[in-house]
Ligand binder design. Structure first.
Ligand SMILES: Nc1ncnc2c1ncn2[C@@H]1O[C@H](COP(=O)(O)OP(=O)(O)OP(=O)(O)O)[C@@H](O)[C@H]1O
Ligand SMILES: [Mg+2]
Length: 254
């Protein structure tokens, strides 16, 4: 069995891509799954969300530029059959993105590498940078599914339209790519603007919008700064339950 590969994407910055990848990954691990998280953002927020991780001599940037270099996979958690592994980012990814421009098969580099490890996992989540550059394109080409975290703000709606257009372009080279769902990942129900946009989103995108929304919650921020998934920091908490609920919806959809 090969893993479901899910790219977590939205070119808008700060909408909760990394928090969703971290906490959804940890929730699915907690439910007994084998998870690989890939940090394709040179900012490295996903890598920091798991504290200080050991890094080998080669980086994901080397692996993208040269197929003879294996992906640097770091084990984070293991329990019975379940595991959570991480491919940490490297600042060199930013220069690798520019270097890829002159390479053949530049959109397929990550896909080819993930193919070699995909049989080891149930789910692979790829955290992407806030842009539609080659790193995000590599993630969308490697994936079968796109998970889209979004804020419930007016400008987010335009962003979603742009993302849809990019996905339509990717279909030329990855025809089976589809949107797994859109998740309101920082929802503040007290704001009227957010309620209005959330209603519009559900009308416009229908069932693609997950029923679960993740509310704004300071514990999510604190866990990210402490370098651990929420569930490790607060075993039971309202915010933990929100991601667990999202995890169950994801399992029902794949
Ligand atoms: N539900 C939430 N409640 C409160 N804070 C949150 C929530 N989700 C994410 N955050 C915080 O908001 C900030 C931005 O979130 P995150 O880093 O996940 O967004 P991102 O889309 O990955 O950003 P970037 O585009 O820069 O990669 C972080 O400080 C994060 O801890
Ligand atoms: Mg991020």
């Amino acid at each position: 069995m090969c893993a479901r590969i899910i790219s977590v994407a939205n070119q808008k910055g700060g909408v909760g891509k990394t928090a969703t990848t971290t906490n959804l990954g940890a929730s699915l691990y907690n439910l007994g799954h084998k998870i690989l998280l890939v940090d394709m953002d040179p900012q490295g927020n996903l890598s920091s969300s798991f504290g200080t991780v050991e890094r080998g001599e080669t980086t994901v940037a080397d692996a993208i530029l040269d197929r003879k270099v294996a992906l640097p996979i770091v084990p984070i958690y293991k329990r019975d059959d379940a595991r959570l592994d991480l491919i940490p980012t490297s600042v060199a990814l930013a220069t690798a993105e520019a270097a890829l421009m002159n390479k053949l098969g530049r959109e397929f580099r990550l896909r080819e590498q993930l193919d070699t490890v995909s049989n080891l996992y149930d789910f692979i989540f790829i955290d992407t940078p806030p842009s539609l550059g080659l790193l995000t394109i590599n993630s969308l080409v490697a994936a079968q599914l796109v998970l889209v975290p979004t804020e419930a703000r007016y400008f987010s709606l335009q962003g979603l339209q742009m993302l849809q257009e990019s996905i339509d372009e990717i279909l030329y080279i990855n025809p089976h790519l589809r949107i797994l769902g859109i998740v309101l990942s920082k929802f503040d129900r007290r704001l009227r603007e957010e309620q209005t946009v959330a209603t519009y989103l559900r009308e416009h995108w229908g069932d693609l919008v997950f029923e679960t929304h993740v509310g704004t919650n300071s514990k999510i921020l604190e866990a990210a700064s402490a370098g651990m998934p929420l569930i490790e920091m607060h075993g039971s908490h309202r915010a933990v339950e929100m991601y667990a609920s999202l995890a169950r919806e994801v399992l029902a959809r794949v």
